[in-house]
Design a protein around this ligand. Structure first.
Ligand SMILES: NC(=O)c1ccc[n+]([C@@H]2O[C@H](COP(=O)([O-])OP(=O)(O)OC[C@H]3O[C@@H](n4cnc5c(N)ncnc54)[C@H](O)[C@@H]3O)[C@@H](O)[C@H]2O)c1
Length: 426
């Protein structure tokens, strides 16, 4: 593994001279992360992670940098690698190494081999806590690096897709240590997945294409937490939004939220821009490519780059070329042109900066508090997937409200009694 930066901090980053820009951007994000700031101050005093080795496999962004700094200041001995080949902010990676002495293995645009070699390098750290985003770190640990499992106390998982993978492992009884599912916290998915993905996905599409969304037909595949956000924000910009779903309840919700709902096979004939955000695979496939209008733009904001069947699209195209950074043109044999953004990888991280810091503030507050919880409760936890304890989730909500200078009412004793009882009906 290349050690290309400082003499003391192991790393594989693109260019250490980018650190100045990275440091300014990390500091900018810090200002919008008041909850993490409070936790960091508490961590500095109480050192809940003293000496604990943490391997984090997260998108290497300014917000993640601030989480890494908070954990380090809480005593953790931390290493960071990328959770997606295209999501790394190279300037941030460099600054973490040079300015904060945190080992980082991440280069934007790394190929799959390098991506996995970076995960291996993070695992060489012999983590006691894993912090994952998509469960690649945990999967490698359970398959190729089993000898390291004995060191692990527990782990956290950030996103929907990772939680689904880990729940499958727990169900098959192959999960070898406890995991806290950060995504399950209300202060995570209600805000990060909805408002964060909603805004940043459109940000990615716009930065990549400079499209005017007003008047366009935007098709959103999946009306989960992320899909709701994307659909809501696309409508806010004047797009005419169509939703596709496989779940009848979500489909009704989309209809009642005022969106047109139809199968993808119908939407492809009329859509201008397509966003997949299902966490599933092969959502847009050959039969759909065949019907797309010329000029259709396709992107994905779900965790893995498997929602659009790009392998098949490649076989259907007569040629392909870069039209703009993060925009690839596929010229079809019948003369149509189809555009794929960000190689079908998370468009908000590939072509933009991911979620805004103020929403990651809550997600990463849950990460930090869950790491502390894991260390404190290690003897009690079983080898399964836990939700973030409600008490921590509520604490994050309270801290965020305070930081926003928003006050709310308190239950009176009489109201508490009323809500707890069943005898009073009239
Ligand atoms: N871009 C980001 O920064 C970001 C942020 C958070 C989560 N994610 C990822 O986005 C994905 C979705 O997350 P979520 O929290 O919204 O999940 P979710 O489970 O709330 O929603 C997914 C929705 O997709 C629907 N769906 C599944 N297969 C489908 C298909 N073939 N066609 C149409 N709809 C289908 C499901 O019925 C469900 O309603 C996951 O992969 C998650 O990890 C991305």
């Amino acid at each position: 593994m290349a050690t290309n930066a400082t003499e003391t901090v192991a790393c594989d980053v693109k260019d250490i001279s980018l650190a100045d820009i990275g440091k300014r951007r990390i500091e900018w994000a810090f200002q919008s992360m008041p909850v993490l700031q409070i936790i960091r101050k508490q961590f500095i005093k109480s050192q809940p992670l003293a000496g604990i080795r943490v391997a984090a496999c997260l998108h290497v962004t300014t917000e993640t940098a601030n989480l890494m700094i908070a954990l380090r200041d809480g005593g953790a001995n931390i290493v960071l690698c990328a959770s997606n080949p295209l999501s790394t902010q190279d300037d941030v990676a460099s600054s973490l190494v040079r300015d904060y002495n945190i080992p980082v293995y991440a280069i934007k645009g790394e190929n799959n081999d390098v991506y996995y070699s970076h995960i291996m390098a993070a695992l060489d750290h012999k983590p006691q806590i894993t912090m994952d985003h998509g469960a690649d770190l945990v999967t490698i640990l359970h398959t190729k690096r089993k000898e390291l499992l004995e060191h692990v106390i527990g782990g956290t998982e950030e996103t929907t897709t990772g939680v689904i993978r880990l729940q499958a492992m727990a169900k098959e009884k192959v999960l070898r240590y406890p995991i806290v599912a950060i995504n399950d916290a209300l202060t995570k998915h209600l805000f990060d997945n909805r408002y964060g993905t909603g805004q940043s996905t459109l940000d990615g599409i716009i930065r990549a294409t400079n499209l005017l969304l007003a008047g366009m037909i935007v098709v959103v595949a999946g009306y989960g937490w992320c899909g709701r956000g994307v659909a809501m924000r696309a409508r806010g910009m004047g797009a005419n939004v169509i939703v596709t779903e496989i779940d009848p309840t979500k489909a009704i919700e989309a209809v009642m939220d005022g969106f047109r709902v139809m199968p993808m096979s119908e939407a492809v004939a009329i859509g201008d821009v397509f966003v997949t955000v299902t966490g599933n695979k092969k959502v847009i496939v050959r039969e759909h490519f065949e019907k797309l209008k010329s000029g259709a733009i396709l992107c994905n904001s779900g965790h893995f780059n498997v929602e659009i069947d790009l392998e098949t699209l490649a076989t259907m195209a007569s040629s392909r070329k870069e039209a703009r950074p993060f925009v690839e043109e596929f010229a079809m044999k019948d003369g149509r042109k189809i555009y794929i953004l960000g190689e079908g990888r998370l468009i908000n991280l590939a072509a933009a900066e991911g979620h805004p810091a103020s929403v990651m503030d809550m997600s990463f507050a849950n990460q930090a508090l869950s790491a502390e919880y894991m260390v404190q409760n290690q003897s009690k936890l079983e080898k399964t997937v836990y939700s973030v304890p409600e008490e921590l989730d509520k604490r994050v909500a309270k801290m965020k409200l305070e930081a926003m200078s928003v006050s709310i009412d308190k239950l009176t004793a009489e109201q508490e009694e009323y809500l707890a009882g069943w005898s009073e009906g009239t």
